[in-house]
Design a binder for this molecule. Structure first.
Ligand SMILES: Nc1ncnc2c1ncn2[C@@H]1O[C@H](COP(=O)(O)OS(=O)(=O)O)[C@@H](OP(=O)(O)O)[C@H]1O
Length: 573
């Protein structure tokens, strides 16, 4: 038998309300609706399927105050993270949100009504207190930032009637609800299950740690990674799930099960560890691994840890009698090359050699294509990671040339285009100012706003192509600094961005203009022409400056190629 849920009864609202589903669905069509954000949807999913038992809805003020101040719901049940539905004054007024009102809760992704909340109360939370008591109060903590920057000013409390489960289209078979997982454990005949929470790829150390936990507690293993919201900058869940799938056959047959958890993490360290334990208990686990700095967000900008490395373990220990799920505490695992084994750090005798590869080092090795040793990870896991993190020579990038009309930027861009095509290995996209104006921005003129919009479009396309692994060469005039900076920020989400200032003097560009465009601008036929009667802001810190009055196109292209090569982007593997 699986572990009893928190509070005694699994609050599977979907199963409970299934007989009334049609009626609720019809009612919801006529109700005002709150369209839920991604984070609210994650919370709703775990309320609906009983992952947050004993909750049956979003916290009302009494429960909220209890959770914030005493880690308890009003009925005395332990609960550590406030699950709240935040809402603005505007929405309250618009939808008539007041005690007794019934409001549909809608999925923004497909406009489906998922539930109806019967409003208990609408209240203004003390966010300072919540930030301090629940997360420790550091204004740089991601959950504190969310609280003050994203969460609206009021909370709506109330119980929920379930209409339907959320639709998922990825890894559907691995998304077990608590009821499904409990049934699965029953079918497998598992009565002792140790759950492993993770938001990172798993390597050999994690496999050793989970197997060790299973051995210590004579249990089976539930690998239970978070696929809802994790810390910004984490490896995306698509890659991670492929990693877990690749790792699974490395466990002794029948020892481990992989299930995905649609949780929106808060990175709340000790409070979050208690919450994680409750969630795993609801999913039927009897044991739960808590490692070093569990669910901690790392360090703040002053380099100070948000939490002590074992605060989470202490918090879970404090409530162990009423938690009803046993913690399996672990120190960090480390590799002992002389005996080719992993051990928790506290079990390594002094003088014994150890090896570790940090997350930062791993990311660096993925980026450069450097070796990732077999003592650290399995080749099949590394293969998955390398697919998602190709080496520099396979990553996309954007070369963004800016300068006066007829500065030579178009000629350089065209020559660079054929040079990179000659090299091969990537598709190359050439976004000349003229082409973009014709294909994407034909309705735009040359006002400041229109020029900014034009560069914004180039940036969007360059960023998407960079993401897809292409080499992008953009060559608009781009006379203003701020849209150039925005383009850099957008592209750098997916790859490298190089700003090349084609700093050919205006006089030279004008003197060599065979198309007579400057002449037209001078005599007023073209208005607001860059350099004539419209400004050009020279970039302060370009990656490279070239001047066609002093050099030639071939040399300029070679300088760009050398720049790209120095970054490892042109290596032939
Ligand atoms: N008022 C004004 N100012 C600057 N440029 C003008 C203007 N009117 C038209 N053109 C022609 O439009 C082309 C430059 O467009 P860009 O998209 O590169 O400009 S911007 O980056 O959006 O500022 C460029 O075309 P090509 O010479 O064919 O490249 C300019 O000649």
């Amino acid at each position: 038998m699986a572990n009893p849920p928190h509070g005694g009864i699994l609050k599977d609202l979907i199963a409970r309300d299934a007989p009334r589903r049609n009626q609720l669905s019809e009612e919801a069509e006529k109700l005002p609706a709150i369209v839920l954000s991604e984070r609210q949807l994650c919370d709703l999913e775990l309320i609906l399927n009983g992952g947050f038992s004993p909750l049956e809805g979003f916290l009302n003020e009494k429960d909220y105050n209890g959770v914030v101040s005493d880690v308890r719901l009003a009925d005395g049940n332990l609960f550590s993270i406030p699950i709240t539905l935040d809402i603005s004054q505007e929405t309250i007024d618009e939808l008539g949100v007041k005690p007794g009102a019934r409001i549909a809760l809608r999925d923004f992704r497909d406009d489906r009504n998922l539930a109806i909340i019967t409003v208990d109360d609408v209240y203004k939370p003390n966010k300072e207190k919540e930030a301090k008591e629940v997360f420790g109060g550091d204004p740089e903590h991601p959950a504190v930032k969310y609280l003050f920057e994203t969460a609206k000013e009021f909370y709506v409390g109330g119980k929920i009637d379930a209409i339907d489960r959320l639709m998922h289209y990825d890894y559907v078979a691995l998304r077990y609800t608590p009821a499904e997982l409990r049934l699965h454990f029953d079918k497998l005949g598992w009565s002792r299950v140790v759950a492993f929470q993770t938001r990172n790829p798993m390597h050999r150390a994690h496999r050793e740690l989970t197997v060790r936990a299973a051995r210590l507690r004579q249990a089976n293993v539930l690998i239970h990674p978070v696929v809802g919201l994790t810390k910004p900058g984490d490896i995306d869940h698509f890659t991670r799930v492929r990693v877990y799938q690749a790792l699974l056959p490395r466990y002794p047959n029948g020892m481990a099960v992989l299930g995905l958890l649609p949780l929106a993490m808060r990175m709340g360290g000790p409070r979050e560890a208690i919450w994680h334990a409750i969630i795993r208990k609801n999913h039927g686990a009897t044991h739960f691994i808590v490692g070093r700095d569990h669910a901690g967000p790392g360090k703040n900008s002053k380099g100070v840890d948000f939490y002590g490395p074992y605060d989470a373990q202490h918090a879970v220990t404090k409530y162990k009698d009423e938690l009803g799920i046993e913690m399996v505490p672990f120190q960090q695992m480390t590799y002992l090359p002389d005996s080719d084994e992993y051990k928790p750090k506290d079990e390594v005798e002094t003088g014994i050699r150890t090896l570790d590869i940090s997350g930062t080092e791993l990311r660096k090795r993925l980026r450069t294509g450097a070796e990732i040793p077999e003592w650290f990870s399995y080749p099949e896991v590394v293969r998955v990671l390398r697919e998602s993190h190709p080496p520099r020579s396979k990553q996309g990038f954007t070369v963004f040339l800016t300068g006066y009309q007829n500065s030579g930027k178009d000629a350089i861009a065209r020559a660079l285009n054929v040079t990179l095509n000659q090299q091969g290995g990537r598709s190359v996209s050439l976004l000349l100012g003229e082409t973009v104006r014709h294909e994407l921005s034909s309705e735009l003129g040359f006002s400041r706003a229109d020029r900014d919009k034009n560069i914004g479009r180039i940036a969007f396309v360059a960023s998407e192509l960079t993401k897809a692994g292409a080499a992008v060469i953009a060559a608009p005039i781009a006379p203003f600094d701020s849209p150039r900076k925005q383009a850099k920020d957008l592209v750098e989400k997916h790859g490298s961005f190089y700003l090349i200032h084609v700093a050919t003097p205006l006089e030279y560009a004008e003197k060599t203009d065979k198309r007579g465009i400057y002449a037209k601008a001078r005599n007023g036929e073209i208005k607001g022409f860059t350099g004539v009667d419209d400004p050009y802001e020279s970039p302060e810190k370009p990656d490279l400056t070239v001047d066609i009055s002093k050099t030639n196109v071939r040399t300029a292209v070679h300088q760009i190629v050398l720049l790209l090569e120095a970054q490892g982007l042109l290596e032939q593997l």
